[in-house]
Design a protein around this ligand. Structure first.
Ligand code: CS2
Length: 490
């Protein structure tokens, strides 16, 4: 049989797939979570923790996933499989294929608006979680409030019953849940993600209905979380792996690394799955974990991504296999980032750093640098700029951190060192690429033009003389080639 003639993965096939599910005793729990942003990350992270928690302790915590981009293809592919998909865990020791059953329903906005609001009004839904990436928050980064100039925010304020934005959707849904609000759980890579989300939601609601805004501010829980698992985009390789292992066709498998971590602030007045029984850390304060992850992992990911786009390393494992890159990333974490972190005694930063380097080296994952390089305007501030500001305050060197920013600036020109062109994918792409182009070949002009983007660089940092000197130096080294600069700062 060729794979095209194999039957599709559906719930009817589950009895034959026992070897690839977490346990036989699955009794199709009711839907208790609505998740916005039903991408690969959620499906390999919160969804699996939740399935395991249900197996360990029960509860109606199946998931309704929502895609916000009108992506009916994804909805239809998942629903054709009754919400089933496989997680293809790839480690140096090999591959494990597990079918996840926790996803029961997938809706696509704007098409399924009525069904979505009916689901959000259901009292059984006690958690609304989200992975909509940084840009989904529609924040004014200088104030942290809602960005009133954002065209979709303006749309939502005009038509609050048919919202497009995440804050607009949450406010419309919460309005109907004043008697029994759900908990809102941000799972994006932002510092204080719960508090940041609450702030945009409340400031948006205040434009429409100040009493509703006050109620959301005081009565709805927005716990913060630190999420971690490296989850690349799906390729045909995972489709082939899943289909071969299951003898059923899976069009939507998710690749991921074996490692996973979830630190969650334990504030769920309406209840939650027993995540603590399956490895999640439920804590009073996630702040130190968030900072460690954003500043160590995400920051070095972005650094490798921009340098690699210039130097021509396609995936993270290839980049970190370069000895100079390895030294650069190792010393950047050890000497420039770790000293800015305050962590509890249980978090050993040396061990954390070594574990990160080993995860990057995973040769089976094929995590593409181009994927990580996306949305730099949103990622640079939480990942790198706070650390740079802390180093400046402490009067400590930060050349490698500056190199990361300089690499992003050169990356915006859209040309690798070997002359190959690439696309810039970023919500601010048009503005950033035109600024980069107008600077011509002068790296001083490039730096000045981009430092003027105050949504990214706070005025105080942009005007800091030491920061500018460090950028000028690193841009000059990059001029001689990214590989040269990597070696120079290693
Ligand atoms: C990555 C993250 O794409 C990116 O920007 O840095 O998605 C990273 O893989 C995850 O945060 C790991 O938990």
């Amino acid at each position: 049989m060729t794979s095209a003639t194999l039957p599709l993965l559906t719930r009817r096939a589950l009895p034959q797939l026992r070897a690839h599910t977490l346990s036989d005793s699955w009794r199709e729990p009711g839907i208790g979570i609505v998740h916005f942003g039903i991408g690969n990350f959620h499906r390999a992270h919160e969804a699996l923790f939740t399935e395991e928690a249900v197996l360990a302790a029960g509860g109606d915590w199946s998931i309704c996933g929502v895609t916000l981009q009108g992506d009916v293809t994804k909805r239809d592919a998942l629903m054709a499989q009754d919400g089933l998909y496989s997680v293809v865990e790839r480690g140096p020791e090999g591959e494990r294929v597990t079918v996840a059953r926790i996803l029961r329903e997938v809706l696509a906005l704007p098409h399924d608006r009525a069904a979505l609001f009916a689901r959000l009004a259901d009292p059984l839904v006690r958690i609304v979680s989200l992975t909509v990436t940084e840009k989904g928050y529609c924040r004014d980064t200088t104030t942290g409030d809602i960005d009133l100039w954002h065209p979709d925010v303006q749309h939502d304020l005009q038509s609050p019953d048919t919202p497009r934005t995440m804050p607009g959707l949450l406010v419309a849904a919460l309005r109907a849940r004043r008697a029994n609000p759900f908990t809102v759980l941000s799972c994006d890579n932002l510092a204080h993600n719960g508090a940041a989300l609450q702030r945009v939601v409340v400031s948006y609601a205040r434009q429409l209905d100040p009493a509703l805004a006050d109620w959301i501010d005081t009565s709805v829980a927005f716990p913060s979380t630190m999420v971690d698992r490296i989850v690349p985009a799906t390729t045909d390789a995972e489709r082939a792996s899943a289909t071969a292992a299951l003898a059923h066709r899976d069009a939507v498998p998710v690749p991921c690394e074996p490692f996973r971590q979830w630190v969650v602030e334990d504030r769920f007045p309406a209840g939650r799955p027993a995540w603590e029984q399956v490895g999640a850390q439920l804590v009073d304060d996630v702040t130190p974990f968030e900072f460690a992850k954003l500043r160590m992992l995400n920051a070095t990911h972005s650094t490798m991504a921009y340098l690699s786009m210039l130097a021509g390393f396609e995936t993270i494992d290839v980049a970190i296999a370069d000895p100079a890159m390895h030294t650069l990333i190792d010393t950047m974490m050890r000497d420039e980032i770790a000293p800015t972190l305050q962590v509890p005694a249980s978090l050993d930063l040396d061990a954390y750093r070594h574990a990160l380097l080993a995860r990057y080296a995973n040769p089976a994952l094929k995590h593409r640098c181009a994927q990580i390089a996306m949305d730099g305007s949103q990622k640079i501030p939480p990942r790198l700029l706070g650390t740079i500001a802390a180093r400046l305050d402490a009067n400590q060197p930060f050349a490698r951190l500056a190199l990361a920013i300089a690499a992003w600036m050169r990356f915006l020109r859209g040309v690798a060192d070997n002359g190959e062109r690439f696309e810039i994918s970023d919500p601010m792409a048009a503005r950033l690429t035109s600024l980069a182009a107008s600077a011509g070949t002068s790296h001083d002009a490039l730096m000045q033009a981009l430092l003027g983007v105050h949504e990214i660089f706070p005025a105080e940092l942009a005007g800091n003389a030491r920061f500018q000197i460090a950028l000028r130096d690193t841009l000059a080294e990059l001029e001689r080639g990214a590989k040269h600069a990597i070696t120079r700062y290693a």
